[in-house]
Write a protein that binds this ligand. Sequence first.
Ligand SMILES: C[S@@+](CC[C@H](N)C(=O)[O-])C[C@H]1O[C@@H](n2cnc3c(N)ncnc32)[C@H](O)[C@@H]1O
Length: 293
Amino acid sequence: MKTLGARNIAIGNRTKQKIPNKAMYKIMLEEARRHVSESHSLAKVCLSDRPRTFALMQIVADLAREGATALDLGAGCGPLTFAFLSAGGGDVIAVEKSSELCRVIDNCAHIFGFEDRILIYNRDIFDPVMKLPKNIDFVLAELIATGLLSEPMVAAMQHIRPLTHEGTLFIPEKAVSTITLCDQRGFPISAPETYDFVDMRDVERNSVDVIATLTVRTEREKALATYVDINTSLTYPDGGVTGEFQSLCNRLPMEITDYALQLKQFEVENGEEVKLRIRYEYGEEPIYVTRVI
Ligand SMILES: C[S@@+](CC[C@H](N)C(=O)[O-])C[C@H]1O[C@@H](n2cnc3c(N)ncnc32)[C@H](O)[C@@H]1O
C-alpha cells in the first residue's frame, strides 16, 4: 500500500478475503479512538453513527464488482473503502486530507490484509499532484451531506467527472434537500418542502438560490416561525436512500431578514403560505434563509 509521501505501493499477493462489515467496523472504531484527536474528529463522529455507517457499507458492498476501481474521496476512517474491498471490489484510491485518518486507514488495511489493494493519498481532493487513473468505476464521496453545505461533495464530483465513464457508479448518486418550518420549540409547523435536487452525474451548478413555498400546518391557530430544518436524503445507484443521519442533521437557526420588520421570528397562521428564499454555495456555510413577502 502507498500512503503518498511515505511508502511505495506493492502489488503482490492480492488478498481477496471477505470480512464481515461488523468486524471491520469494530476495528475501525478502535483505531479511530486510538489515533484520531478532537480536531480531526468529524470522520470519527460519522463512523460512530452506526446506522449511517452500516447502511452505507451495505450499499457499497452490494454494488461492488470484481476488478472494479474505486476512488474514495474524503475517505475518513475508510468504511466505504473496506466495504468495497471486502465485497470483492478491485482496487481503491483513498483520498483523505487528515493524516490521522490516513493512519487509521493504513493500520486497518494491514489488519484486514488489504494493503496491496489500496493507494492512500494524504491530500486534498483537489490537489493536482495526485496521479489518478482514468476510467474510475466507482466514485465514493460520502462527505457531509446536509444541504450539500459543509463539505465539497458537489465540487468533488464535478472535479472527478472527467476521469469517469458512462458506466461509473456515483455513491451517492442523487441528493434531495428539503426545508421545514419550525416553531420556537423546534417542532415542525409545515410539511418538508423539496427545494433542491442534485444528480451527481451531471450537476453543473455550484450554488442554490431558490424560493420555497411552505404551507403552515399547526394544531393551534397561530404559531411563531423560529427555525428551519434542512434535511438531505441521498439516493444510491441501487435505488437505496439514506438520510436523517443521527449525527449529520442540523437545525439551523433562522436568519429572518423580514424586509419590513427585521424580525427574528414571525407569527404565522394555520394554512398560511410562507415563502422562503434559500441561498448558499455548495460546500460552504453560511446558508441564508430569508422570508419573502
Ligand atoms: C463526513 S467525513 C466522512 C468520512 C467517510 N467518507 C465516511 O463515510 O465515514 C468526510 C471526510 O472527508 C474529509 N475531507 C473533507 N474535505 C476534504 C478535501 N477537500 N480533501 C480531502 N479530504 C477531505 C474529511 O477530513 C473527513 O474525514
